[in-house]
Ligand binder design. Structure first.
Ligand code: HEM
Length: 514
């Protein structure tokens, strides 16, 4: 049976788009073609003439992308190749009557797309499979998959809760605690070679951090609930991995229940069972808070918002929980790797941190403002190891990009991850050079503000950005002051599993300093 699917998949791939996100969900009918930005007034070249791979060469490129079965490796290189071959604007046919996706590689074009975003930017959902699962179970698609008024209503609630001045800083004492527990946990987990498996441990840390932000609860991921935590992290990773595989084969699973789809349903069921327990418990516990709204934690603030129903709150919590779980763990690994691979820089960060806080002193908001070099390292890691593949948009108006007309409703992939490693915008782009982000070095090498957007841009920018940044700053500060960190294996690379996740040995050597 699996073979049959594969055969059909090959046929499908002949007409399928190569490198884009899931199919657009917004039909041309639902957009407003009357609003046309001024650039459209000039005489643009037609959409049909945008350069892009013909179907034959697409198959060749797909072969390059596919290792066994539909597993996709080298996604990043293939995207960079698209730009090298076809230029800054590339059109890829999606096939199956789904139109085309346009890949943007010029930051001026990215700016045009974002400027036309309006109040409610439309996107293509990151995971087509999750969207289909939630549809099947009659669930809300979630913050990162919704478009239009429903997205706007839920996102506004998150925004209001987060924009209060104290919203993120309130968590700092707990973030400190989690970081201290992580240091302890690493010490306890070291093997005779003083190594710890950070793929495992970063997953536990991310779960613990997400539990605090979203449920105001310690989940016990480093201790009494470690098995439960590992299982949940594994399920989540497998969902992302399988979702990536299903993205590059014919979507038969949408009409018949294929073995892979059944596996996906099992994984999603297992994930939601646990997440739902946590969500219900949090709503019950936090729903009775009566204090001053301004002083409430982010999650309590959300839960007590009168205009939100229990279903709304559940959707928001689920989106924040699953997104938080999948993103901060790989970013911690990439940061550790860059520090391990650059000993002098690691020492510079350690010196900066030690001047600000003793190893047993918690970080305060003021202390965090005194860590510019650490922050530059984190920023540089976002540049060298972007976790997202692209920022997607479906413009609601006609656009002119690189002199070509792009009609409203066309899915657009903004590939800043390619620009972030381009000599056009960064000197020595393949080198880890955090100094480039420091003002004292003169003009930063970032030539264009739209060439570096790790958290996206505008009203749809990452909802968890400030939490993620705070978590990473505190935990890295703690780790460099507690350990000398080494990575003794081949350089880490990235593999496409819906997100760009660490590929290689993630064991790090931690030599205790105090
Ligand atoms: C270090 C890690 C992270 C990176 C690099 C990252 C990056 C991104 C990017 C690029 C987007 C799309 C933005 C756009 O379309 O303009 C996004 C959306 C989102 N992120 Fe993050 N993210 C991270 C961590 C988190 C965390 C910790 C949470 C939750 C606490 C989170 C929650 C979300 C949500 C809910 C959305 C969808 C927002 C919407 O569509 O309204 N992210 N993120």
């Amino acid at each position: 049976m699996e073979r049959l699917y594969l055969k059909l998949a090959v046929r499908y791939l002949r007409s399928c788009r190569l490198l884009s996100s899931a199919a657009a969900t917004t039909s041309i009918d639902s957009v407003n073609p009357k609003v046309v930005p001024p650039e459209a007034a000039i005489d643009p070249k037609p959409f049909s003439s945008i350069p892009g791979p013909g179907r034959i060469s697409m198959i060749g490129a797909l072969r390059k992308l596919r290792s066994n079965e539909a597993e996709i490796r080298g996604y990043f290189d293939a995207l960079a190749d698209l730009q090298k071959i076809y230029g800054d604007l590339v059109k890829v046919e999606q096939g199956w009557g789904r139109g085309s996706v346009v890949h943007v590689f010029d930051p001026e074009d990215s700016k045009t797309v974002f400027n036309a975003d309006g109040r409610q930017p439309h996107i293509v959902p990151l995971q087509e499979t999750t969207q289909k699962y939630r549809e099947m179970k009659k669930m809300n698609p979630g913050l990162g998959n919704l478009n239009g008024e429903e997205w706007y209503r839920l996102r506004s609630a998150v925004q209001q809760a987060m924009m209060r001045p104290q919203a993120v800083l309130q968590y700092l004492p707990f973030v400190n605690q989690v970081a201290d527990d992580l240091v302890k946990h690493i010490k306890e987990s070291l093997d005779p070679k003083e190594e710890a498996d950070m793929r495992r441990i970063a997953g536990r840390w991310a779960l613990e951090a997400a539990g605090l932000t979203v449920f105001e609860k310690r989940l016990g991921s480093f201790g009494e609930n470690v098995k439960w935590a590992d299982n949940l992290v594994d399920i989540n990773r497998e969902i992302f991995r399988l979702s990536a595989k299903l993205k590059f084969v014919a979507p038969f699973y949408k009409v018949v229940s294929t073995p892979k789809w059944r596996k996906m349903v099992g994984l999603e069921d297992a994930f939601y069972k646990e997440a739902t327990k946590l969500i219900n418990e949090a709503i019950e516990k936090l729903g009775n808070e009566t204090g001053n709204e301004e002083e409430m934690f982010f999650a309590s603030h959300l839960v007590n918002k009168k205009e939100l129903t229990k279903k709304d709150i559940s959707v928001i919590m689920l989106s924040l929980f699953s997104d938080g779980l999948s993103t901060t763990a790989p970013m911690l690994i990439y940061n550790l790797y860059n520090l391990a691979a650059n000993k002098e820089i690691q020492q510079q960060v350690r010196d900066e941190v030690n001047k600000v806080a003793k190893p047993w002193e918690p970080f305060t908001p003021e202390k965090l403002t005194k860590l510019p070099f650490l922050k530059a390292c984190i920023k540089e890691t976002f540049r060298l190891f972007p976790i997202g593949t692209e920022i997607s948009r479906i413009s609601q108006v006609d656009l002119v990009l690189s002199g070509y007309k792009v009609p409203a409703g066309t899915p657009i992939d903004i590939n800043t991850n390619v620009l972030m490693r381009s000599t056009r915008f960064f000197t020595d782009p393949n080198e880890f050079r955090p100094q480039r982000w420091l003002r004292s070095e003169g003009k930063p090498s970032q030539a264009h503000p739209f060439a570096f957007l790790p958290f996206g841009f505008g009203p749809r920018m990452c909802a968890g950005r400030r939490f993620a940044e705070q978590d990473l700053q505190v935990v890295l500060a703690r780790l460099v002051s507690a350990f000398a960190i080494q990575h003794r294996y081949s350089p880490l690379t990235q593999v496409y599993e819906t997100l760009l996740l660490p590929d290689g040995n993630c064991h790090f050597t931690f030599t205790p300093i105090y």
